[in-house]
Ligand binder design. Structure first.
Ligand code: MRU
Length: 353
């Protein structure tokens, strides 16, 4: 595979197996887990061993191949029927990131359109999964380069705030929001990155900070509630976040807390950018009201590390994502350039399922 300057690959294909960086263990431990069966891949996506929209897409593509490999029949019709079940298993893992569904659809389409024996179709599926992975790496590097040209020109070295982890760990290996930030760092346009800790799973404090420290990018971690204060104090020049699903009108689902960040950025006249590949755009949805928002286990809120924090008897609500209305977004930075949300619809033909 083409290498990424980050040198972080959350999904690795080697020796006929998939290996994942266990993102639930970082930064304390760098553990690699082996995935040989589609059931294990589905579980890894559900439990967030692998997470982040494009990385979930890549993992699901390999999951489709692993599932295909397990199918024993040589009868094409039976094979395709069982492959549909594999797709269904993977679709049920996480509802919000459209890259998951995009990758599964692309793998299914490949199988239906391939000519040849079942064994040949299986080989084609593996090649397609590898292509999806490679394309994401290239796409993110293009997003990084495109993003540079839209960043504020003043000051020369920017302080950029990001939320969650939209980095190498969340993609095939470079990042979307963090990809733009990486590119800014290489071009000496970055003073510092502010990383929201991102309650409750702490992807900012754990994963974004880990990636930055590894690469020598100056990073300041703040709690989510400190973002408005940092903006008021003039510490932030721009905000860049990733996305899990973007509707045709530009409404964007991303990690919970993104919406409030967009509101405070607007209140302080700070540009708010979304960086995402076209595989994150769902042109089937006219606006963000139709985006399924994953709700996760209450224990994610009721624990800090392993310590329970709330008294017995309270209720919890734990939506993992929120939707930022398009009017709060300066531009969506894609591999094809920065697009104003209201112009997104003109690119409909770029995405095919
Ligand atoms: O719940 P997660 O960690 O999978 O959520 C990840 C995010 O919200 C990211 O910002 C998004 O997927 C973009 S990743 C390039």
């Amino acid at each position: 595979m083409t290498s990424s300057p980050s040198n972080i690959y959350p999904v690795i294909w080697q020796d006929d197996k998939v290996f994942l960086i266990d993102q639930t263990r970082l930064p304390e431990e760098y553990n690699i887990v082996e995935i040989a069966l589609v059931e294990d891949m589905a579980q890894a996506i559900k439990t967030m061993i692998v997470r982040g929209a494009p990385a979930i897409g890549v993992a699901a593509a390999y999951g489709m191949y692993l599932g295909a490999r397990e199918i024993e029949t040589n009868d094409l019709e039976k094979f395709l029927a069982q492959l549909e079940q594999v797709a269904q298993l993977l679709r049920q893992t996480r509802p919000t990131a459209v890259n998951l569904f995009w990758a599964i659809s692309r793998m299914l389409k490949t199988a239906y359109e391939s000519v040849g024996t079942v064994a040949e179709i299986k080989s084609t599926l593996l090649r397609t999964a590898r292509t999806i992975q490679l394309e994401d790496l290239q796409t993110c590097q293009a997003i990084g380069a495109r993003g540079l040209s839209i960043l504020p020109t003043e000051p020369q070295k920017l302080s950029i705030l990001t939320h969650c982890n939209a980095g190498a760990l969340a993609t095939a290996g470079y990042g979307t929001a963090l990809g733009v930030i990486r590119s800014a760092w290489r071009e000496q346009r970055l003073a510092r990155i502010y990383a929201d800790e991102t309650r409750p799973r702490l992807q900012g404090a754990k994963l974004t900070a880990w990636e930055c420290v590894r690469e020598g990018i100056p990073v300041t971690v703040i709690t989510d509630s400190m973002a408005a204060h940092c903006m008021q104090k003039g510490k932030i020049d721009a905000v860049i976040v990733g996305a899990d699903r973007i509707a045709a009108n530009g409404d964007t689902a991303n990690k919970i807390g993104t919406y409030s960040l967009a509101i405070v950025a607007r209140a302080h006249n700070i540009p708010f950018f979304v960086a995402a590949p076209f595989s994150t755009i769902d042109f089937e949805l006219v606006d963000g009201s139709g985006i399924a928002i994953e709700e996760r286990d209450a224990r994610e809120i009721d624990r800090i590390a392993k310590t329970k924090i709330c008294p017995p008897g309270v209720d919890f609500y734990n939506p993992a994502f929120d939707v930022t209305p398009a009017h709060l977004i300066e531009a969506i930075i894609t591999e094809k350039g920065a697009i104003k949300p209201d112009e997104l619809i003109n690119y409909r033909s770029v995405v095919s399922y």
